[in-house]
Design a protein around this ligand. Structure first.
Ligand code: TRP
Ligand code: SF4
Length: 403
């Protein structure tokens, strides 16, 4: 992995409308945590939305605004993370094009989501070039930032895997710059005599004996170097591993734990199931939705005992309640000593309490769109600077710089 950039995190979301509590518990809380530990890039994948919804593009613009408001309202801090829109960094498209030249079609056809989504979204015509290529666009999204870590759910892991293969292939094809060995050796000398000797020794141990411990030692040695340039670092890493220069480092999936957040019907919370509570939904509406959500069907009358494991409300207790409240609910349910509305009340209170600061912050942002768009503008500029640098490296490696 590229050592300098492996503390960089990138993730994206499609603009499909306001975010809900499922996003909050599944993704956003995790992002908020990551922004303190890593250099984070979070973006709105508007071109990705087109791969399945090219016929109706009307909701994209409003969705982008809504999602950025949601991000900011939950505490994603533009001072810590770079927030941007994919299409405002057209370098993604150029890298996608270049990568498309060397990516076998079979790699794209065998990504599981290709056939799955075509099956699932039967009403749409997804036999398009763009839809087939969408995992490669995702690879470009990641590789253009040389991001080491990509927080995603299980359903996206195959895409990260393919991004790794694409990066490996790119490095294999174009990492052998002219005079690579000489450049690597002179880079090693820049680390000082002692470190250079150590580096060559480690390299010999690894390349001759395949000793993985030596490889780790070598990586650590490079990581500890303060005085070498990024280019030299990549050369030294590539040389250590016995390959060429690592131009596009291979990213790793940072698997996000499956959210326990249920929808109102007990299934996964998802807009397509129509069972969501949006992040900044009005309190009256939240209350109304929770009061009317289904419970254990066996509890027809107040006097019928219920079984929490058969009740969607119980799953909310698992997310929102303390042990004490949970025990109260379980005992009250199985003995029919409380009614379902009693049981729901602490959940309603907890959801409202969780949402209150989010809703308040969102009201401020909604009242001041200029600030929101200003944050987006700045993020796009910052992202673009990084993306341009990578593309310079890529063009140079591919010998597409003509003077
Ligand atoms: N494909 C992702 C999704 O549909 C969104 C996405 C696009 C993404 N590019 C990405 C996620 C890069 C992580 C990294 O949810
Ligand atoms: Fe569900 Fe609570 Fe009613 Fe039991 S008492 S059925 S757990 S809502």
């Amino acid at each position: 992995m590229n050592i300098a950039a492996n503390r960089r995190v990138l993730s994206g979301m499609r603009p499909t409308g306001q975010l809900h509590l499922g996003h909050y518990h599944g993704v956003l809380k995790n992002w908020v945590r990551l922004q303190h530990e890593y250099e984070c890039f979070f973006f709105i994948a508007d071109w990705h939305a087109l791969t399945t919804s090219y016929e109706d593009t009307s909701i994209i613009g409003q969705s982008i605004f809504d999602i950025v408001v949601d991000w900011l309202s939950v505490g994603i801090n533009p001072g810590e993370a770079t927030l941007f829109i994919q299409s405002r960094v057209p370098e993604h498209a150029e890298l996608h094009l270049l990568l498309s030249m060397m990516t076998p079609i079979s790699w794209l056809e065998r990504v599981p989501s290709y056939k799955d989504q075509q099956e699932k979204l039967k009403e749409r015509d997804l036999s398009t070039y763009g839809f087939l290529g969408y995992p490669l666009l995702q690879a470009a999204d990641i590789l253009i930032y040389k991001a080491g870590n990509v927080p995603v759910g299980e359903d996206q892991v195959a895409h990260i895997e393919m991004s790794r293969e694409v990066a490996r292939r790119f490095n294999f094809l174009y990492g052998r710059e002219p005079g690579f060995e000489e450049k690597a050796e002179s880079a090693a000398r820049k680390m000082g005599k002692k470190n250079a000797r150590l580096y060559f020794e480690i390299r010999r141990t690894y390349t001759e004996g395949g000793d993985l411990e030596a490889l780790d030692k070598g990586r650590a040695l490079l990581e500890a170097q303060q005085n070498i340039s990024l280019g030299d670092r990549e050369r030294l890493l590539g040389y250590l591993e016995g390959g060429g220069k690592v131009i596009l480092p291979e990213p790793h999936a940072l698997l996000t734990e499956e959210s326990k957040m249920p929808g109102l019907d007990g299934e996964k919370m998802s807009k397509s199931y129509n069972n969501t509570i949006s992040l900044r939904e009005a309190p009256e509406s939240v209350t109304q939705k929770l009061r009317t959500m289904p419970t254990d069907p066996a509890r027809v009358r107040r006097t019928d005992p219920g079984e929490p494991s058969k009740c969607p409300v119980w799953k909310f207790h698992e997310v929102y309640s303390t042990n004490e409240v949970r025990e109260w609910a379980r005992a009250g349910c199985t003995s029919a000593s409380i009614g379902c509305l009693d049981c729901k009340q602490p959940v309603i209170d907890a959801v409202l309490k969780e949402q209150q600061p989010i809703r308040e912050r969102s009201e401020e942002f909604l009242a001041d769109p200029d600030t929101v768009y200003g944050i987006i503008d700045e993020g796009c500029e910052a992202a673009r600077d990084v993306a341009r640098d990578t593309l310079d490296d890529v063009r140079e490696a591919m010998r597409l710089v003509y003077r």
